[in-house]
Design a protein around this ligand. Structure first.
Ligand code: AMP
Length: 114
């Protein structure tokens, strides 16, 4: 838990979120500013600021997040095509420094990203 962290506050229940999944390790909730019909953020309960701050101990946790993304996509009927994104660091667009994975689906998406 990091005191000033927005997603720690969501994990702790101090700030409300539209939860779609939770277990003992992770939480998934709808993005407040959705960029696709399905836009969910998947975060670990424990505070890790960025992917660069994750280590060997987080290997299983990171795999769990990706497999959960697959499950949420399937439950929402977008298993044929979706995107999972992690913005690592400010130059890549990270604005909340509690590691999270965007699950985006329900519309066609271009590549490369802008
Ligand atoms: P990033 O720019 O990769 O760090 O992504 C942060 C995401 O958090 C953005 O897509 C925001 O729209 C989203 N966001 C910010 N505040 C909230 C909130 N209170 N509940 C849900 N999503 C949020």
């Amino acid at each position: 838990m990091s005191e000033d962290c927005l997603f720690c506050k969501i994990v702790g229940g101090q700030i409300p979120a539209d939860l779609v999944y939770e277990d003992e390790r992770i939480l998934a909730f709808r993005d407040i500013s959705p960029q696709a019909p399905l836009h969910v953020l998947i975060v670990p309960r424990k505070h890790v600021a960025t992917l660069n701050d994750a280590d060997e101990q987080d290997r299983e946790l990171l795999g769990h997040i990706l497999l959960t993304a697959k499950g949420i996509a399937a439950e929402n009927g977008v298993q044929g095509g979706y995107r999972v994104v992690n913005n690592c660091g400010e130059p890549a667009g990270q604005s909340v420094f509690h590691i999270h994975f965007h699950l985006l689906g329900g519309r066609p998406m271009g590549w490369p990203p802008g």
